[in-house]
Design a protein around this ligand. Sequence first.
Ligand SMILES: Cc1ncc(COP(=O)(O)O)c(C=O)c1O
Length: 433
Amino acid sequence: MTSQEEDDLLEKAAERFGTPCFVYFTERIEQRIALLRENFGERLELSYAVKANPNPTLLAWLSGAVDRLDISSAGELRLAREAGWNPALLSFTGPGKREVEIGEAIRAGVGHLVLESLREARLADRIARRAARVQPVLLRISPESLPKGFGDQMAGRPTPFGIDIEDADEAIAEIQSLTGLHLAGFHIYAGTQCLKAEAIAETYRHLLAIFGTLCSTHGVVPEVLVMGSGLGVPYHEGDTALDLPSIAASLRRELAVLRENPRFARTQMVLELGRYLVSEAGYLVTRVISTKVSRGRRIAICDGGMNNHLPASGHFGMVVRRNYRMHRIGKASDSPPEPLDVVGPLCTSIDRLASGIELPRIEEGDLLAVHNSGAYGLTASPVHFISHPLPEEVLVMAGTLLRATRVLGRVSSPDDPVRVIDAAHPAAANQNA
Ligand SMILES: Cc1ncc(COP(=O)(O)O)c(C=O)c1O
């Protein structure tokens, strides 16, 4: 699809569903999946991290397109099930799993419970035995170090995530002694948003070495080994897209060697990823409500802002705020670019989508498309702050616009069983009585 065709569809979406709205082009996700398959072939399965974008229509579309889902709450479990996913294809990560969530996941038949602590292991064991089941689990490992250059990495610091590798031997021994659990493999989420191919390849080699050591030390013949991918996307002007073929080429030998080892001959390697699959497929479309010049700077005030797209406002893990790429929809560039601040409708100075971005002259009524909005958009944003209407979400499939089911409000109805408080926590039960 050309960018003109995309713009026509974005304009149509704005007319039909109002602004702000999120528009996701499934064709772009398909291309991403094809690129990953082409490069990693059968060696790595793809597990989509639902937290990146839990839109129910998107999840339904993804079934059959990716191999697995990673969920991080009972809410995400329900979304996945409603979207038609077989629970056996789900893994459940998250450092703060409540007892009721673990119970719901085990009863639902979740494929892999990813243990982040011995507390979870003991709870899951009890629940599984009570239900006369053996629950397959993966142990999430927090490495002591990772190769430099990986960016925002999760290693070598105090962390709520997983078991520190320094403590892994004891933890594995205990888990192996629990009859309600079956240790099916290991999980490492190494970090996020890396655009350096060699750093990623080096990190994956390191993770494979850790898996190798853990499995041989503890006699584990793993069914599944999960690598949290870190694959990044070019959010900002000047960012270069990831060179996936060079990562694959650089790992080919290690993956082949692993396969030749009888211990790993039947192991399914899994790449767990969110943004790399969906981020670039999505746009936030927002209309300019008014423009003004303040102290020499032109400002466009839009109907969507950080309440819809917190990451683009720089308040979601960005150390130094940089502008997301964006463009004016539909009009030819008839004026030279000029610096512009793009802000949302909220009464706070942090509601800013761009500072000094170079765009052609923007007028009241223009539509702007914020790029890279397919991941960590609506559900990562403070949508209720200042009570503006909730944006629609739209899927574009084969050139047709489809109003997607909204996720907001769907996972926290008053009779949500997640709220039925665990008797093991009487203080919480009193609060909810
Ligand atoms: C355990 C786990 N897996 C996968 C992801 C997805 O990360 P990304 O969107 O950077 O691929 C996250 C993100 O926080 C995560 O915590």
